[in-house]
Write a protein that binds this ligand. Structure first.
Ligand SMILES: [Zn+2]
Length: 185
């Protein structure tokens, strides 16, 4: 990850959220992002029902999502067999690749938060996706207010595992503990 990327992801995520009328708190909708940027989303279930058997039953587990260049634009493949919380984090990852203008032939998320575009681009997309779904600023204030990972997951429409990652990765829980120590002395 480039130096200073984390700080720019914080700013970029807040800018993108504000384009959608959001402040630092509340759930971000990656599907609204796709719609605004004219990116069609196709569910794997639609592909299976219609055009092709290319994606067999196995793909339900193997593929989380994909961002595919198509002419001058993009197409998103969405694994609609996955729970919505997981789909939202995969979709936010694909939004991040798009917003960061990463260049690729196709970004396929084979597992949650990993689609093989190379370490730097993957790390950047994860970081921006995290900031889009739960900005660091909000993670800190929720940690200070003693929100559990479940509370955060519920409020932001993500899995508990994702909430836990956001509440720890950027030091929100650590920050809250320091604040509490200061208050109690
Ligand atoms: Zn990726």
């Amino acid at each position: 990850m480039k130096r200073g990327f984390k700080a720019s992801a914080v700013r970029l995520a807040l800018e993108i959220r504000s384009e959608f009328g959001l402040g630092p708190t509340g759930p971000f909708d990656p599907y609204a992002y796709f719609s605004t940027y004219g990116i069609p989303v196709v569910g794997i279930s639609e592909l299976e029902a219609g055009v092709s058997r290319m994606l067999s039953d196995q793909s339900r587990d193997k593929i989380s999502g994909a961002l595919i260049p198509l002419g001058f634009g993009f197409l998103v493949i969405d694994n609609d067999f996955h729970p919505m919380t997981r789909r939202r984090s995969t979709a936010a990852h694909e939004c991040a690749h798009h917003a960061l203008e990463h260049e690729f032939a196709a970004s396929i998320s084979a597992e949650q938060r990993a689609c093989g575009l190379g370490k730097d681009q993957e790390a950047e997309a994860d970081e921006l996706a995290g900031e889009l779904l739960i900005p660091s600023k909000s993670a800190k204030s929720h940690a200070v207010c003693m929100w559990s990972d479940d509370d955060v997951a519920e409020a932001y429409g993500v899995s508990v595992q994702f909430a836990e990652w956001r509440m720890n990765a950027n030091g929100a829980r650590k920050y809250a503990r320091a604040v509490q120590r200061r208050r109690s002395t």
